[in-house]
Ligand binder design. Structure first.
Ligand code: NDP
Length: 285
């Protein structure tokens, strides 16, 4: 069997078209959605992510503001900019690109962003709201995964879902969303005994580990949906995921590629959260 490929580029293009239409409608009514992006330091990967986010905004008719700070920036300067953006009614989303330099208190920076403008969904209040099933900004990567599952009509209620990884930005919110959708969720991590036992039971297997080609075909249940969140750069410069695509695609029922899978969906969901925030602001105005 060769798995169905879940094409994140195609799904993104469709969703971004719908978002562009919504953004145009809001703009015509006097509220152009606007995302402010803060980049601290010269990490090349972060610079690429920020460039892609800004380009995604432009294509969808969302205004973007970019603020760049050097590696040795004073945290107070960045916090001052966040306070300014929080108070600016024309800004609907604020994103601080992670990771921050070591002398920053990352948690304090994320908590400084207004909950209403936290389009990354990393603020503790949004995380708490999500865990309680209240309206919240959902972190973009796991939200993108949910859209991908929806796009293939994957039944989630009662499905066995296994998430490898328990980070705040991917693994934990992924598990919360799958749980809320009715799946039976197992979260695996570096301390998990007999990882293969868990992965081989999974109807939905999400890999968010940060280790190239870690999940091999023999770890996959025949017919399972395999979602590869990983983005790893190989020594030859090529990108690969946390799943060994070649062996997994022969066992899985559906699989996401890297690149062209979850990556573009993450930016799409950021645009969606920004448009949602602008919609809420327009409603209040
Ligand atoms: P983290 O490093 O924060 O978390 C990795 C997780 O994997 C940890 O929970 C860790 O366990 C677990 N892990 C590590 N080794 C093993 C192992 N041998 N067996 C089982 N679990 C293990 O990474 P992120 O969640 O931030 O990112 C994961 C991947 O997703 C990365 O490749 C990253 O680049 C990518 N990513 C992609 C995005 C996209 O848009 N597609 C967005 C964000 C991330 P423990 O907690 O015990 O240490």
């Amino acid at each position: 069997m060769t798995a169905r490929i879940i094409d994140g580029n195609a799904l993104s293009a469709k969703l971004r078209g719908e978002l562009a239409a919504k953004a145009a409608e809001l703009t015509a009514q006097g509220t152009q959605p606007c995302l402010a992006v803060i980049l601290v330091g010269g990490d090349p990967a972060s610079a690429v992510y920020v460039r892609n986010k800004v380009a995604g905004c432009e294509k969808a008719g969302i205004k973007s503001l970019k603020f760049e700070y050097p590696q040795d920036a004073a945290p107070a300067d960045v916090l001052g900019k966040i306070a300014e953006l929080n108070a600016d009614p024309s800004v609907h989303g604020i994103l601080v690109q992670l990771p921050l330099p070591k002398h920053f208190d990352e948690k304090a920076v994320l908590e400084a962003i207004s909950v209403e403008k936290d389009v990354d969904g990393f603020h503790a209040e949004n995380v708490g709201r999500l865990s309680q099933g209240q309206e919240a900004f959902v972190p973009c990567t796991p939200n993108g995964v949910m859209e991908m599952l929806k796009s293939i009509d994957m039944p989630l209620r009662g499905a066995e879902a296994v998430v490898i990884g328990r980070s705040n930005i991917v693994g934990k919110p992924m598990a919360m969303l799958l749980t809320a959708a009715g799946a039976t969720v197992t979260v695996c991590h570096s301390g998990t005994r007999d990882l293969n036992f868990h992965t081989r039971r999974a109807d939905i297997l999400v890999a968010a580990i940060g280790k190239p080609k870690f999940v091999t075909g023999d770890m996959v249940k025949p017919g399972a949906v395999v979602i590869d969140v990983g983005i790893n750069r190989l020594p030859d410069g090529k990108l690969c995921g946390d799943v060994d695509f070649e062996s997994a695609k022969d066992v899985a029922g559906a699989i996401t590629p890297v690149p062209g899978g979850v990556g573009p969906m993450t930016i799409t969901m950021l645009l969606a959260n920004t448009v949602e925030s602008a919609t809420r602001a327009a409603r209040k105005a």
